[in-house]
Design a protein around this ligand. Structure first.
Ligand code: ZN
Length: 457
């Protein structure tokens, strides 16, 4: 009985495999209020806007190389026709991004991080899939629905300004947290799937894409700051190598290994590019320094803070600092270090407040990433020690993320435990700060404080 059932199941599985091989369905673009031409127009406007901020590399050999890889993927990979373009931008972070309708930007940091051309091609194939599957405008359509129709109508009639400007009024902008460029996990799996077929057809080993993504994921887990942007816009759908292995029977058989140029020569010319000055805006001020580390007394008792729609306990001896218009800082006097340039560093303490969110409605994953990015940009030497984890705070969904950064005190770094809470129209944040070498004494009090958080409005 058991044996016969097994045989039958085996036959059935075989039959399904044959059927699947004949009728393998690749992902298709989803519901979309934009036309294909509107994708292209939007991408054109967005590219012009973004290139004001980007440093496009003029190195001919490098640009040609990336274009050869991109064009090989598009033509031999049999992708739907769009006005694709490939530019290299001087950016050390490991990333590449594509705008609706075809313009793609490849960071020099990505070229440097790729171990072989297949890995570089893998990221390009994945980005091309986002374009062809029209994920950006699909997501914008889903997030704004009917309002998009009016916007597109206005832009077409010519009276409503640029499409980009009209979308901005709906809260759809450019950048890492825009629905146009920050993809859902479902979109990620689809881009991986179409990307691996594109790679195989173009003669690149699809496993290289998965291996590279998993390598980057592992590095991000170890706190590599060059990857913050990549994984905030391309969330990991999980098990990428396994997903490719499962797909292998359906992939066209090709010989892999032919390359479009010499990747290591490209890396050498990147290494010789002049350093680009970072824009002053968003640059972190130096951390004010104390000459020695104070001994903060802890009684073990706590007090309660109440205000701004929230209440929570905090260690006795901490005092409210400043006037707390957009939030509150509770810190022991000796934990606050004044710098010469008016900057203040909190070496010990709790910072709580609310953060503006896009569109007036919290998307906790998106807004947490944006907040962490802001923290990373305005502090020195920030590293992610533990990736965001889902928790519940005062009955609301929240994330807790552990960062470390430069401490104002000598001979230690600083622990910064960041909690972000979804309160519907507002995101609350709480940052618990202590020097790393003294964190043990504060940990349980800080945990008790986080557990005590209650929302009063
Ligand atoms: Zn992606």
């Amino acid at each position: 009985m058991t044996i016969r059932r097994r045989v039958a199941a085996g036959l059935l599985a075989g039959a399904m495999l044959l059927f699947a091989a004949g009728a393998r369905k690749l992902p298709k673009p989803g519901w979309n209020l934009f036309s294909k031409d509107q994708d292209i127009e939007l991408g054109r406007q967005a590219a012009a806007e973004m290139e004001k901020q980007l440093v496009v590399v003029q190195d001919r050999a490098l640009t040609d190389y990336v274009n050869r890889i991109g064009n090989r993927l598009v033509t031999r990979g049999e992708l739907e026709k769009y006005p694709f373009s490939f530019k290299v931008v001087k950016e050390d972070s490991i990333n590449a991004f594509a705008l609706p309708g075809g313009p793609m930007y490849v960071h020099t940091g990505l070229v440097t991080a790729a171990e072989n051309e297949g890995q570089l091609a893998g990221v390009l194939a994945h980005e091309l899939a986002h374009v062809v599957l029209r994920h950006g405008t699909n997501q914008a359509s889903k997030s704004q629905g009917i309002a998009i129709i009016a916007t597109l109508g206005g832009a077409l009639a010519g009276g409503g300004g640029s499409m980009l400007g009209n979308l901005a009024q709906l809260g759809i902008g450019l950048g890492a947290n825009s629905v146009l460029m920050k993809y859902s996990r479902g979109a990620e799996s689809d881009a991986d799937l179409l990307g691996m077929h594109t790679m195989a057809k173009a003669g690149y080993d699809p496993l290289e894409m998965a291996r590279f993504f998993e390598k980057l994921q592992a590095e991000a887990g170890r706190g590599n700051n060059k990857l913050v942007e990549f994984f905030s816009s391309h969330p990991n759908p999980g098990n990428r190598v396994k997903a490719v292995e499962k797909e292998i029977p359906y992939l066209p058989k090709r010989t892999y290994g032919q390359t479009e140029g010499n990747l290591s020569a490209m890396k050498q010319s990147i290494a010789k590019l002049p350093a680009t000055p970072k824009p002053v805006q968003g640059q972190a001020a130096p951390t004010p320094k104390a000459t020695s580390q104070p001994k903060i007394a802890l009684s073990g008792r706590s007090q309660t803070y109440q205000g701004g729609g929230v209440s929570f306990s905090y260690p006795e001896g901490f005092e409210q600092q400043g006037n707390g218009q957009n939030g509150v800082t509770l810190a022991p006097k000796a934990g606050v270090i004044q710098g010469q340039n008016g900057a203040t560093a909190i070496g010990y303490g709790i910072i709580a407040g609310t953060s503006q969110v896009q569109g007036g409605k919290v998307n906790l994953e998106r807004d947490t990433q944006a907040f962490l990015q802001q923290v990373t940009q305005s502090n020195q030497g920030v590293k992610v020690e533990a990736q965001p984890q889902k928790i519940t705070i005062g009955g609301s969904n929240a994330y807790v993320t552990t960062l470390s950064s430069e401490s104002p005190f000598p001979n230690t770094r600083e622990v910064d435990v960041v909690i972000t809470v979804d309160r519907g129209s507002m995101m609350y944040y709480f940052i618990y700060i202590s020097p790393q070498n003294d964190y043990q004494r504060f940990e349980s009090l800080y945990q008790a404080s986080a557990r005590s958080i209650q929302f009063t409005q």
